[in-house]
Design a protein around this ligand. Structure first.
Ligand code: ADP
Length: 333
């Protein structure tokens, strides 16, 4: 395991790598390798890229970085390879104020990668996700490495999970955390298969805040979620299955909040000229979690997260598009 002891985050505050953190993000750290081409290669064809970019991604890490960048106390729980990419990722998390002594580096596997080709002629992309070391994040591995989750659930107030690591681990940690009184947030991205959706349903009773986008909400509920009215129906269905609070993000149409005991409400997104919406959902979830931890109501936390996400969609890239406090209106910093 690689430890980064004390580093400076972007706000200039020193951040210790270990010790309890109120926000714990369990999920994937993927490196994005992006080759820009003019025309996609056909089967058997070799092409040269016109440009190359390497970026930090993975939904869990994106959310942790957004919350950490806003100054929240965040811990990442993940697995990387014991390779240069893994170490680079640990350093990047630490730079953003995220404790990463529970980002385990395993031997014999590369760090998780997203291989992305972007066709400069059409702007279309082709993506292959290679989870690699992330597949080692099994229930047995994580329980044995963290004293049955004590290492990260001690002092944890909010747990955030996505759907990019082995599902059994996500579900086991959500249940354990919820039973200990932790507020559990489940962002089921990327969209689960029908089979995985059936495995998730019995665990919804352990989810404090379910936060899907419209595609994921459709798969989990069997409804066609495409606007505010259909999202209201999905909120009701999810709550009847045991979820407490629900937030469904609707891209440029904003989001719907279904707080337990109140009628669902729709809120518009901020009107901006979007240039790249990659990672907008992760920006929203990370920022919302940060503001919930600061004691904001769910509706205020979402309102502020909406502003953060609107900044990110106006810039290219994923984590590189996420705002720093000094780029936000004063009420958010
Ligand atoms: P995902 O990336 O998971 O599909 P969404 O596309 O639903 O997530 O976007 C998440 C949030 O990002 C939205 O609720 C909104 O706050 C913001 N957002 C996304 N697209 C836009 C846009 N075109 N204009 C303004 N805000 C946007």
């Amino acid at each position: 395991m690689n430890r980064v002891e004390v580093l400076q985050n972007q706000t200039g505050k020193p951040t210790a790598a270990s010790g309890p953190r109120p926000i714990v993000v369990l999920g994937a750290c993927f490196l994005d390798y992006i080759g820009y081409v003019e025309g996609m290669p056909k089967p058997g064809e070799t092409r040269h890229s016109k440009q190359f970019a390497k970026g930090f991604g993975g939904k869990g890490a994106n959310q942790a970085v957004m919350a950490g960048r806003l100054g929240a106390g965040v811990r990442m729980v993940s697995v990387v390879g014991n390779d240069g990419d893994g170490q680079a990722y640990q350093a990047e998390l630490a730079k953003n104020g995220v404790a990463c002594d529970t980002v385990f580096a395993v031997n014999g596997a590369a760090s998780g990668l997203a291989l992305i080709f972007v066709d400069r002629n059409t702007a279309q992309n082709e993506i292959v996700i290679c989870p690699n070391a992330t597949d080692a994040l099994t229930v047995e591995f994580l329980r044995s490495k963290t004293q049955n989750y004590k290492q990260f659930l001690h002092g944890c107030k909010i747990l955030v999970c996505q759907n990019e690591i082995p599902l059994a681990t996500t579900l086991d940690v959500i249940k354990a955390a919820h039973e200990q009184g932790v507020y559990t947030i489940f962002n089921t991205a990327p969209a689960p298969s029908a089979e995985d959706a059936a495995r998730i349903t019995p665990y919804l009773q352990h989810v404090s805040l379910f936060c899907p986008n419209e595609t994921e909400a459709s798969i989990l509920t069997g409804l066609d979620v495409k606007d505010a009215a259909s999202a209201f129906e999905a909120v009701k269905k999810l709550q009847s299955q045991g979820v407490a609070d629900v937030v469904i993000t609707l891209g440029s149409q904003g989001y719907v909040i279904g707080a337990k005991g109140s009628a669902p409400q729709h809120f518009n997104s901020v009107r901006v000229k979007a240039v790249d919406t990659t990672g907008a959902g992760d920006c929203f979830v990370g920022a919302m979690t940060c503001f919930l931890n600061k004691g904001k109501s769910l509706s205020d936390a979402c309102k502020l997260a909406n502003i953060c996400a609107s900044v990110s969609v106006q810039r290219k890239g994923t984590q590189s598009s996420y705002p720093y406090p000094n780029e936000l209106p004063p009420e958010l910093s």
